[in-house]
Structure formats: C-alpha cells, structure tokens
Design a protein around this ligand. Structure first.
Ligand SMILES: Nc1ncnc2c1ncn2[C@@H]1O[C@H](COP(=O)(O)OP(=O)(O)O)[C@@H](O)[C@H]1O
Ligand code: SF4
Ligand SMILES: [Mg+2]
Length: 346
C-alpha cells in the first residue's frame, strides 16, 4: 500500500432537519484513506454509512446539511497533488462535476434503481464512455463491449443491447461496475453493492471487485453491514456507531484483536459456516438508539457489556490513538478516565 493519502475526512457533522426534529446522522466522522487502500465502513443500519458516502460525493439530500468538519480529496495530476476541499464546493459546480466524472465513482446496493429501465445497457454505458473518452460512436461501442467483457459478462455483444430488466441482479451489478469504472476512477465508493444479491452471486461480485482493484490500484470505500465481506475485501476497517467512527484499524486486528466493545459485539453476530443456516445469530443487546435522542456519555453505553457506571454514562469518549495506526473511541482505553477499569454488566 502506498503511503500517500487520497481522502481525509475530519470531524464531519451532518444533520437532517426533519419536521419531527433534528437527526444527527453524522456527529464527528474521522478517517484517512491511502491511495490503493480498500477501507471497509461497517456498522448496523442507520449508523451513518450511506450519509458518509453522500457527503464525500457532496450529494447530501434535503433536508440534510453538512454542519461541520472537512473532507479533502487529493487529486494527483502531472506529478502534482491538488487538494480539493469537497464540502466547500458547490454540489453541482464545475469542481464537483469534474471530481464525480474523473476521480470518484459510486455503486449502490440496488442497480435497478441506478440503471434507467427505458434505455439499453449499451446506451447507458456509451453515455458514460463518451463523457470521459474522446472516441467516435463506433469506437465507443467497441469500448463498451470491452468494458462489459472486463466485468466478465457473458456475450457482451448481446448484453449491450439488453434492457436492465432482461438481466439478473448480478449482471446488472456488473453493468453498474462497468459504468462506474468507465471514468477510470482513483476512488470507488461501493455502498452495500452485494447486499441485494444471493450468496453465490455476492461472492462472484466480490471476486470481480478485488480483481479490478488489483488491476487498477484504485482506492475503495466498501460500505457494508457485513463483517464477513470486510474480511474478504478490505485492508482496513472503520467501525461506525451512531454517526461516529468508534474503531479504525487494519482488518486483521479487527478480527483477531478488536478493541471496541461494539466491534466485538459485531464480530459475535457474524454467521459462521458451522452453524445451521437458520439458527439465530448472537444479536447485540438492544436497538440502535434514535439519532435524535443520543444517550449521554458514550452513545453505546446502554448496550455495552463492558459499561462502567458513573463513567460511561457521563463522559463522551474521544478517539484514543493506539499503536500501529489504530484508534478507538472507548473510555476503557482513556488513561485519564479509567484508573481501575472494572467492567460491569449493564
Ligand atoms: N434523507 C434523509 N432524511 C432524514 N433522515 C435521514 C435521511 N437519510 C438518512 N437519514 C438518517 O441518517 C441516519 C444515518 O442514515 P444512513 O447513513 O442511511 O445509515 P446506514 O448506516 O444504514 O447507511 C439515519 O438515522 C437515517 O434515518
Ligand atoms: S466507553 Fe464505556 S460504554 Fe462506551 S464502549 Fe467503552 S466501555 Fe462501553
Ligand atoms: Mg446505507
């Protein structure tokens, strides 16, 4: 992995101002992504994974607003590195259009909603290709067929003239990947790209993404609620809980030496091969609280098996830097807070 940074997200706050109140979707997200790194962002539903992606694309929907923090993208061009301050760009301005067109691409969970049902796969792919490459119509069709072959779609000459509904979910996701990669992005954000697929197709799409990452060296932010997918795909992981990153670590440490009680709880909830298909997984006690009423102190304290009364319900943990570039947001590791850590069951 190269040393240099492609994206830096710092203390990002994003709120939704709804009729029923203010939802603090992100309340201090921090992470740094290196060039060529595959970072998994993981956490239960509602913890702010998709909103983080929307912020990076500067596409937060109404009634959402980025309230603070920064997102910097480092574009490499002609041997120079240009720093782009994403949240201070106009969402539809020249800089953001150029970033979305040339640097950062995104794929989503359900390709049917991203592909237009009334146009053929070919015309949607051709549109993306002619936007980025200076080619004639005839050449563009060849480039498109080639792009479909690269994502291992069978009979690309036939598929190019198909409509999205004529393809399977896995084939549609391959088309989306081909479209996303047509701009040769340096950063791909994949938001639950395999969640809607069956297990076999999911494994095939993960293999394909891994192959394309190795071939291109692009960085990937891989958003998922599934730590099994992280193990398969990622170099590092950012675990999110209620709009904050609570643990950032390399992927091996996340599995073999998780520090945050929430990461440990997530690990216990991964399905195992030796368990019966429909047996119940260990679930994390309680539900994710509503982000409009975040608990005092550590937001995880009502669910935490290592809760320390009088500390965890009063002090908001800050990110503690550990060795080997690891960081954890938990008072168990805060020397100023914990003289004699005595975890007590909540
Ligand atoms: N368009 C929206 N309007 C209001 N609230 C939203 C909107 N999008 C997301 N949220 C809220 O922001 C929080 C984070 O959502 P999200 O990032 O989608 O979670 P996930 O981790 O499942 O991707 C949730 O509480 C969600 O309800
Ligand atoms: S700060 Fe306390 S409640 Fe929060 S995760 Fe750490 S031990 Fe659990
Ligand atoms: Mg999501």
């Amino acid at each position: 992995m190269s040393d240099d940074v492609i994206l830096k997200v710092n203390d990002l706050h994003t709120y939704f101002f709804t009729e029923s109140g203010q939802i603090r979707a992100l309340s201090g997200v921090d992470f740094t992504l290196q060039r060529g790194e595959v970072l998994g962002i993981v956490g239960e539903s509602g913890c702010g994974k998709s909103v983080t992606a929307q912020c990076i694309m500067n596409m937060v929907p109404n009634p959402g607003r980025i309230m603070g923090g920064s997102i910097n993208y480092y574009r490499r061009a002609n041997g120079q590195v240009e720093e782009i301050d994403i949240i201070n760009q106009h969402p539809r301005g020249r800089v953001m259009r150029s970033l979305r067109g040339n640097d950062i691409a995104m794929i989503f969970q359900e390709p049917m909603t991203s592909l237009d049902p009334v146009y053929t796969v070919g015309s949607q792919l051709l549109e993306a290709i002619t936007l980025h490459q200076d080619v004639t119509k005839v050449e563009a069709r060849e480039v498109a067929i080639d792009a479909l072959a690269k994502v291992h779609l069978p009979e690309p000459h036939r598929i190019i003239d198909s409509y999205p509904h004529q393809l399977s979910g896995g084939q549609r996701q391959r088309v989306m990947i081909a479209i996303a990669l047509s701009c040769n992005p340096s950063l791909l954000i994949a938001d639950e790209p395999t969640t809607a697929l069956d297990v076999t197709t999911q494994a095939q799409i993960l293999d394909l993404m891994q192959e394309l990452q190795e071939a291109t060296g692009m960085s990937i932010i891989f958003i998922t609620h599934d730590l099994g997918v992280v193990a398969e795909m990622c170099d590092s992981v950012a675990v999110m809980y209620l709009g904050k990153v609570v643990e950032k670590t390399d992927v091996d440490s996340a599995f073999y030496d998780p520090k945050h009680p929430y990461t440990r709880a997530l690990l216990r909830s991964i399905p195992r091969m030796d368990e019966q298909k429909n047996s119940r997984l260990a679930v994390i006690k309680g539900n994710v609280p509503d982000p409009s009423v975040v608990p005092l102190g550590c937001p995880f304290h009502p669910r935490c098996p290592e809760y320390m009364p009088g500390i965890c319900n009063q002090v908001v943990p800050s990110m503690i830097e550990l060795e080997n570039d690891r960081a954890v947001r938990c008072l168990l590791y805060d020397k100023n807070q914990v003289q004699t850590p005595q975890p007590v069951a909540a």
